[in-house]
Design a protein around this ligand. Structure first.
Ligand code: S3P
Length: 429
């Protein structure tokens, strides 16, 4: 298990074009595969999670041209009803998005598929997706009544349902929207806290019968989807490590270019502003996804509170925000974030153990944490817990202190940001 030592203190200075957005890259493959004709994308995220989705569609008979390192992919779409049964099980590695969202597509196919994953993915809850898909008519089996992989799914005749997205999960919403493309009658989804809307944007651009009726998002059965030619925007969830690093380390200065500024993803910026950060955004493109530039200057931050209604807009940024809160002056509180306990690892626990090992004062709560900031962090030994975002958060924590942080088990950064440590060497001063 590869360990990496990061030495502090250091500032962050320079400019960054973040890797392609992970959520959009997954969907780019799915929509390309299901559309009729050729879709090509540039700046595709060549990380393990998105390659799991790409390989899954290849296994179901979709020709995809992709040259490693180019960021360009061309997908020869087979249409909504053109997928073929794979020769064996489909292994989705560490990728929750691949498994949950693909189940919605597989619910509409007339063949059986077995989906497997690594130990982390096999311990993540799936009933949030399998229960509503079963209600729509899919046959699904998995350990604990369809809650854990391996999941066996056989699609077929589906019917529309009305669904309240109580977990505010975009993965669940996306699975049901995909299944709705195959269902008789309208499928309606409602959410009281909005989750990321990339799937809705893709559906609209593909010409799918998607509309809004009051609080409901409504999707109807579709015959075909249009192909895409697009550049995938940079991932704000990847850039977040450097944005937060630059924001909390005085003397830092960072420009992030070509980054996705979709408002369902930019909770991080609003929280950093509340913490007193010097951060500016400029939108250079609005459709199909808002895109632009973020400029950050480092200064001392102060603590803040993050509550339930903000969580979906920054769910993946909470580990790095906890790092900022440990360093910031005053007390911070995160609540309503129990979903963090079922990510690639329990991220409340992984960050508590790691930050406290460096001298922080972070107290776990069932749905978040209290962080008493303003402490001077020191060097030490931490572990990723096999979780990419935990590993990257600890690498940035190391820049704020005098000493060395040894991070064990760092290979997992390849899940979402394979060039993270190269970018860190390039940007640190
Ligand atoms: C994702 C949605 C989020 C996020 C994950 C990617 C997506 O999960 O944490 O990294 O692409 O839809 P939930 O929707 O389950 O909160």
């Amino acid at each position: 298990m590869a360990s990496i030592t990061v030495t502090g203190p250091a500032r962050i200075q320079g400019s960054l074009i973040p890797p392609g957005d992970k959520s959009i890259s997954h969907r780019a493959v799915m929509f390309g595969a299901l559309s009729e004709g050729e879709s090509s994308y540039s700046h595709f995220l060549e990380a393990e999670d998105c390659l799991s989705t790409l390989n899954a569609f290849r296994a179901m008979g979709v020709p995809i041209d992709y040259q490693k390192g180019s960021g360009k992919i061309t997908i020869h779409g087979v249409g909504l009803r053109g997928l073929k049964a794979p020769a064996g099980e489909i292994d989705l590695g560490n990728s929750g998005t691949s498994m949950r969202v693909m189940m919605g597509i597989l619910a509409g196919q007339k063949f059986e598929v077995v989906l497997t994953g690594d130990p982390s993915l096999s311990s993540r809850p799936m009933r949030r997706v399998t229960d509503p898909l079963k209600k729509m008519g899919a046959q699904i089996k998995g350990k604990d009544n369809g809650n854990f992989a391996p999941i066996t799914i056989r699609g077929g005749k589906l019917k529309g349902i009305e669904f309240d997205n109580r977990l505010a999960s975009a993965q669940v919403k996306s699975a049901i929207l995909f299944a709705g493309l195959y269902a008789d009658g309208p499928t309606k989804i409602r959410e009281s806290i909005f989750s990321r809307d990339h799937t809705e944007r893709f559906l609209q651009a593909a010409g799918a019968p998607l509309k809004r009726e009051g609080d409901w998002i409504v999707i109807e059965k579709a015959e075909r989807l249009k192909p895409f030619q697009a550049q995938i925007p940079g991932d704000i969830s990847a850039a977040a490590f450097f944005i937060v690093g630059a924001a909390m380390i005085p003397g830092s200065s960072l420009v992030v270019e070509k980054v996705c500024l979709n408002p369902t993803r930019t909770g991080l910026i609003r929280v950093l502003e509340r913490m007193g950060a010097s951060i500016q955004t400029q939108i250079t493109q609005r459709e199909p996804e808002p895109l632009g530039v973020i400029r950050v200057e480092g200064r001392k931050l102060k603590g803040t509170r993050i509550a339930k209604n903000e969580i979906p807009s920054l769910i993946d940024e909470l580990p790095i925000l906890m790092t900022a809160m440990a360093v910031a002056e005053g007390e911070s509180l995160i609540s309503g974030a129990e979903e963090l306990r079922v990510k690639e690892t329990d991220r409340i626990h992984s960050m508590a153990v790691n930050l406290n090992a460096l001298g922080a004062d972070l107290q776990e709560l069932p749905d978040g944490c209290i962080i008493r900031g303003g402490v001077k962090l020191h060097g030490g030994k931490v572990t990723s817990f096999g979780d990419h975002r935990t590993a990257m958060s600890m690498a940035i924590a190391a820049l704020t202190l005098e000493g060395e942080v040894v991070i064990e088990d760092t290979a997992c950064v390849a899940t979402s940001f394979p060039s993270f440590f190269e970018e860190l060497s390039r940007l640190r001063r």
